[in-house]
Design a protein around this ligand. Structure first.
Ligand code: 5GP
Length: 204
């Protein structure tokens, strides 16, 4: 049976625009997706679980991982470091899983440089007002942090045209469907089907 290598998906969007909720919905309907667990130096929030939402590590551990070339990409964001552990991602892709990296823009552009076949999806909030409301309603950060995240959000959204796809998160259900449709279409790309056509033609 032909086993296709998985699709590497980079998923970005400003803090509070609903990336996590959309992904949860996509993954409920698709068992072939693996969500990469990042490492970070930021402090855990209430909803976080170590090893599930993030690997929470110290600055020293983070620097050690970089030195060992253990990070596929990494970036500093609002005063903390975030990075994607390399091995888990490459192993899952090899095993045929579609791997999603939920990461910010600087890291996303590093991935695209290293893996030009990566699919870049940017999630936009329906409006700036809605984004501010969601960040404030979440009540997980103080006012200073929220202001900093709003400023970062605006400069991130200006980079959205560098992505392959943009989704506007006005309905979680529809956004999740469009996300899944992108992966499905990518899997059928001729450039990803070269080995398959070789197998089909083998007996011709
Ligand atoms: P938060 O602190 O809200 O969990 O995440 C802040 C930002 O860091 C989000 O935009 C999130 O997508 C991004 N992020 C999470 N993990 C990584 C990572 O491994 N690498 C990079 N570059 N960004 C990440």
């Amino acid at each position: 049976m032909y086993k296709q290598r998985g699709v590497l998906v980079v998923f970005s969007g400003p803090s509070g625009c609903g990336k996590g909720t959309v992904l949860k919905r996509v993954m409920e309907k698709n068992e072939n997706i693996f969500l990469s667990v990042s490492a970070t130096t930021r402090a855990p929030r209430n909803e976080d679980t170590d090893g599930v939402t993030y690997h929470f590590i110290t600055q020293e551990q983070f620097q050690k991982l970089i030195a060992e070339d253990g990070m596929l990409e990494y970036a500093e964001y609002c005063g903390n470091y975030y990075g994607t552990p390399r091995k888990a991602v490459l192993d899952r892709l090899e095993a045929g899983y579609d791997v999603v990296l939920e990461i910010e823009v600087q890291g996303a552009l590093q991935v695209k440089k290293k893996f030009p076949e990566a699919v870049m999806i940017f999630l936009l909030p329906p409006s700036i007002e809605e984004l501010a409301r969601r960040l404030t309603d979440r009540r997980t950060e103080d006012d200073g942090t929220i202001r900093k995240r709003m400023k970062t959000a605006i400069s991130e959204m200006q980079q959205a045209p560098q992505y392959d796809y943009m989704l506007i998160n006005d309905s979680i259900e529809e956004t999740a469907q469009r996300f899944a449709a992108i992966i499905s279409a990518e899997r059928s790309k001729a450039s990803r089907m070269k080995e398959r056509i070789g197998e089909v033609l083998y007996d011709a």
